[in-house]
Write a protein of this length. Structure first.
Length: 186
């Protein structure tokens, strides 16, 4: 079977965002695996109006179509998920609503309050409705780890439990990716 094409989606567009750290980190780990071909997709490159907004201009609608077309190239997805006010960023939820993830696996690297767990849990429910398969293991970067990386120059790889969670998550993503790719090809 060919390599699984995996997108790492940077789920925040905020100024001075932390999302670049986990996106680069998980993309590098995933790219080391022989079963994956990895590409990072940054929502900054896809400025879209909110789903169903009447004020969406033609350029924003074209960007949304470009986004959806790009997503169709992939066999699976890893999302960086910032948690604000117990939920994911609006820009990430909007990109998901405008996307195409049917019969493909999704995984999450969360950060923020309680490692982004509440935001990730909300997105798992969304993806069930969208016909995607969420892998069980999430990577959750707690606030002390977040601060150490953002302020002290530490790496996420300095934390063995995060590396182990990433390995387990990628094992599950590979399994689901292969199974769903085979099923889609039938």
């Amino acid at each position: 079977m060919n390599k699984l094409k995996i997108a790492v989606i940077v789920g925040s567009t905020r100024i001075r965002r932390f999302a670049d750290h986990p996106a680069k980190w998980i993309a590098e780990i995933a790219a080391q695996r022989p079963e994956f071909e990895v590409e990072v997709l940054d929502l900054l490159d896809y400025p879209m109006a909110f789903f169903g907004e009447a004020r969406a201009v033609e350029a924003e609608s074209e960007t949304a179509e470009r986004w959806k077309k790009k997503l169709r190239e992939f066999d699976g997805f890893i999302f960086t998920v910032a948690e604000y006010n117990h939920g994911p960023t609006a820009v990430l939820k909007n990109a998901i609503d405008l996307g195409d993830f049917i019969q493909k696996p999704v995984a999450f690297v969360g950060y923020g309050g309680v490692g982004g767990a509440r935001a990730v849990e909300q997105l798992r429910l969304v993806f069930v409705e969208m016909g995607a398969a969420s892998v069980k293991t999430g990577v959750h970067i707690s606030f002390p780890e977040y601060l150490a990386v953002a302020k002290e120059g530490k790496s996420l790889s300095d934390y063995p439990h995060l590396v182990e969670a990433a390995k387990n998550q990628l094992d599950q993503l590979a399994w689901w990716g292969k199974a769903l790719k085979a099923a889609r090809s039938q």
